[in-house]
Design a protein around this ligand. Structure first.
Ligand code: PAF
Length: 283
């Protein structure tokens, strides 16, 4: 495995190594966990034995709308590089913020529809930061394929839309959410939860499974399903609900009673004290 912080060096290495092979990019912000390593393993199945798997590790400052969130975002580069090597990543790109952004940068990539809902509504500018950095990573690495996790379902939908609308010649793959045995989705932010909060946070998976059952088996109204999820979460002390919504899985627009959309998506964002977790389930 080779690791580069310079975009010029990474580009020139990839230029000689690619030779018509698949190049599969897995963009990350580090603090890697089993969710990420499953993305690397999935990337390998796409790349094949001969292909190249490239991971980027970059805590992208322009997608944080809250300075404290950026400052407290977990960082663990040495452990991250070991995990990349263990999971067969060929190249890791670890740029510094100055490498990625010129001080007088003035161009961003903005999506105007899907990103107005859910996380986009509570984190203004977040998805412009994501689209901008992902476009830059695509231009630097020039992959044939890229892998994103379905835990950030809205992000995946927005990247798919961006690639479609801007004719970016890269196949986007969505990877399933990976969970601990108790149902908690792996997230870099879990590192900031106390052991007690980690137990509390399992309410998200239970509530989403309950919603799935009510939607698929009991035919309850969307309003009731959302209400039941809100009640289950609110019953756990220390939680603050950011949103609980049922949306169209491609457009992210909220569904109305009677809309017959498959798959619909239930998405939640909840603070456990000051740690904000997201989770979702296809209904
Ligand atoms: O999902 C993430 O970790 C980030 O949003 C991404 C895609 C690496 C862009 O910074």
């Amino acid at each position: 495995m080779q690791s580069y912080s310079s975009k010029e060096e990474l580009r020139s290495q990839l230029q000689s190594a690619r030779q018509g092979k698949k190049v599969v990019l897995v963009p990350t912000m580090g603090a890697l966990h089993q969710g990420h390593t499953s993305l690397f393993d999935y990337a390998r199945t796409i790349a094949g034995e001969d292909g190249l798997v490239v991971a980027s590790i970059f805590v992208n400052p322009i997608q944080f709308n809250n300075q404290d969130d950026l400052n407290t975002y977990p960082r663990s580069l040495t452990a991250d590089l070991n995990l990349c090597a263990e999971h067969g990543v060929d190249y890791v790109f670890t740029p510094a913020p100055e490498t990625m952004y010129c001080p007088d940068r003035s161009v961003t990539v903005e999506e105007h529809s899907l990103s107005s809902k859910l996380c986009g509504a509570s984190r203004p500018g977040h998805f412009t930061g994501v689209c901008t950095v992902v476009t830059k990573l695509f231009n630097i690495v020039q992959p044939t394929d890229a892998v994103f996790g379905k835990k950030d379902y809205q992000q995946l939908a927005i990247i798919r839309r961006m690639v479609r609308d801007l004719d970016v010649p890269i196949a986007i793959h969505g990877a399933e959410i990976v969970r601990a045995d108790d149902g908690l989705a792996f997230s870099s932010r879990n590192a900031r939860l106390s052991p007690e909060q980690k137990k509390d946070a399992t309410v998200l998976r239970r509530a989403l499974l309950q919603a799935h059952h009510e939607y698929a088996c009991e035919g309850k109204s969307l309003h009731t399903i959302i209400d039941d999820v809100r009640k289950a979460i609110a019953a756990v002390p220390g939680t603050t609900i950011d949103y609980v919504e049922i949306v169209h899985a491609e457009t992210m627009q909220p569904l109305e009673e009677g809309d017959n959309v498959s798959p619909a998506l239930m998405a939640v964002a909840v603070f456990f004290d000051d740690v904000r977790l997201i989770d979702n389930i296809e209904l």
